[in-house]
Design a protein around this ligand. Structure first.
Ligand code: NAP
Length: 356
């Protein structure tokens, strides 16, 4: 990946935000590889999806050691090499926690973080990633060991920044405390789930740490696994994620269970809301997916919305969410109409009126 014949990277149609308080700029729409790359879709389609994202100005690509049990990182690294993307134009994140079946292959011990990082870079064929994340909290490893291990990974040059994923504000506070007390490097960002149906953590619980530490957010499943595209409004279509078809063994049952949950009363209540979002999007001249992605972008604490796609056509559609996001900024009534449909805005954490 020396960049000499890299396909042209054209940032003009994309927007970039800082990753929290760091100096790193990430495209507000990014591309993730869970379920798809190295699993559901083959190398050729992975290449087409990632190239389409790149051609639209996406600079941030996300993966993890656990995706398709390591096959995702291998396929992902191969695509980066095949497409000859210029390394300095790319921001790559991977995540460590679930590295295998052995007693020291999971969690955030120094041993797993060091060995997991080496193995991940080997699979990716890279010298470094831009961001390495703790894929989950590990209450059984002392926080100082976790923060020290990530600090050393950064000092070795294997990652430029480190972050967390699905950590609560208490653990993020503890990590920052340990870093301050022991002169270590604190985490810069979290990767939480965030979409129109999953709001509590981002909009309420994390708000104080987002403000106090300038914590960045790289949010996942913005379309709730595709539900927010409207494709499940009339059942589970063939070839879609929630059939579980083609997914790696580690993901298949989860996807099937998620699909089954759509027929419960709670699932049907979601679908009813998606139907109403679909009507709203038609009035606005966009697709349900574009509206749902634009809604995520309208939260200014979100540094980047990690999109997933199984086909390049989906990438093309999803990238146009930027147009509807601009429309939402100009016309706040769109956001209000969405809130009326969703009716799930989390109550503010008690801050004694100090947000306003
Ligand atoms: N940190 C974590 O714990 C964590 C967890 C999960 C994910 N992630 C990251 O977040 C990324 C995004 O999550 P996600 O893949 O779940 O995102 P998502 O946007 O909720 O779902 C993506 C899936 O929805 C379908 N889809 C997307 N756009 C569509 C469109 N325009 N029309 C119709 N269908 C469309 C596709 O599936 P089908 O075509 O197969 O139906 C696609 O693979 C992941 O790739 C991963 O990098 C992180």
């Amino acid at each position: 990946m020396n960049g000499t014949s890299s396909p042209q990277f054209d940032p003009r149609n994309m927007k970039y935000r800082f990753l929290g308080r760091t100096g790193l700029k990430v495209s507000v729409l990014s591309f993730g590889s869970w379920v798809t790359v190295g699993g559901q879709i083959g190398q050729d389609l992975s290449k087409k999806c990632m190239l389409e994202a790149w051609n639209n100005g996406v600079n941030y690509f996300d993966t993890a050691e656990v995706y398709a049990s390591g096959e995702c990182e291998k396929a992902f690294g191969q695509v980066l090499r095949d497409l000859k993307f210029k390394r300095s134009d790319l921001v790559i994140s991977t995540k460590l926690f679930w590295g295998g079946p052995g007693p020291n292959d999971t969690g955030l011990s120094k041993k797993h973080l060091f060995e997991g990082m080496n193995a991940s870079l080997d699979r990716l064929g890279l010298d470094y990633v831009d961001i390495v994340m703790a894929h989950r909290p590990d209450p059984l490893t002392p926080m100082v060991e976790i923060v020290r291990a990530f600090t050393e990974i950064v000092q070795k040059g294997q990652a430029l920044y480190w972050g967390t994923s699905e950590w609560n504000s208490h653990d993020i506070e503890r990590a920052h405390h340990m870093a301050a007390v022991h002169n270590l490097i604190p985490p810069s960002c979290d990767q939480p789930q965030y979409n129109a149906f999953c709001r509590e953590r981002v909009e309420a619980e994390l708000r104080p740490v987002l403000r106090n530490y300038g914590y960045g957010l790289t949010i996942w499943s913005p379309l709730d696994n595709g539900v927010l595209t409207g494709k499940y409004n009339d059942g589970i279509p063939a070839g879609s994620r929630l059939t579980g078809e083609g997914a790696a063994a580690s993901d298949k049952q989860n996807m099937i269970n998620f699909g089954k949950a759509l027929s419960t009363p709670e699932g049907q209540a979601k679908i009813e809301k998606v139907r109403r979002l679909t009507s709203l999007s038609k009035k606005l001249g966009c697709t349900t997916a574009q509206l749902a992605l634009a809604w995520c972008l309208s939260n200014e604490n979100v540094s980047t919305v990690i999109t997933g796609a199984s086909r390049p056509e989906q990438v093309i559609e999803n990238m146009k969410a930027l147009d509807i996001y601009k429309k939402m900024l100009e016309d706040p009534s769109i956001g209000k109409d969405m809130e009326t449909i969703l009716a799930n805005k989390p109550a503010d954490v008690e801050l004694f009126g100090r947000w306003s």
